[in-house]
Design a protein. Structure first.
Length: 141
């Protein structure tokens, strides 16, 4: 776990603003679909007390992405459903997500492994950073 925390810190160190952090130039949205497990995150108010967090992404026929985030709070499973979309026609790592329509927030894929096994996601500021992996525990098949 220490590796992931150090990795996350290095990934965001030197970032003055999330907008100035480059996103991946091309995001293969089909490869991005499926379940991702949160390995580390910067503290934020909306995930306070949440553990065992995962996100499941499903590409819808209209091009939107259904997002189901879930985790455990005080031993009870909680989840929230939202929708994401590309922020531009470039289909790069610049997306936006809404859990409370019609309001959207930046969702920026700033780093992704070539095999889509892990990703670093930023929100609209460096205060919101997540390290996601395809495995519940890093280093497991």
């Amino acid at each position: 776990m220490k590796f992931w925390i150090v990795f996350l810190a290095l990934a965001v160190s030197g970032c003055r603003a999330a907008e100035s952090t480059p996103v991946v130039p091309h995001l293969d949205i089909r490869k991005f679909m499926g379940t991702w497990y949160e390995q580390a995150r910067t503290p934020n108010w909306f995930q306070k007390g949440l553990t065992g967090v995962s996100a499941h992404y499903t590409l819808l026929p209209d091009g939107r992405i259904k997002v189901v985030n879930s985790g455990f709070r005080k031993g009870k499973r909680v989840s929230i459903t939202g929708y994401a979309r590309f922020a531009s026609k470039q289909q790069n790592g610049e997306l936006e997500v809404s859990f409370f329509p019609p309001f959207y927030a930046p969702y920026r894929v700033v780093l992704i492994a070539p095999d889509y096994s892990f990703a670093v996601i930023m929100g609209g500021s460096p205060e919101y950073v997540w390290l996601l992996s395809r495995q519940k525990t890093p280093g497991t098949p």
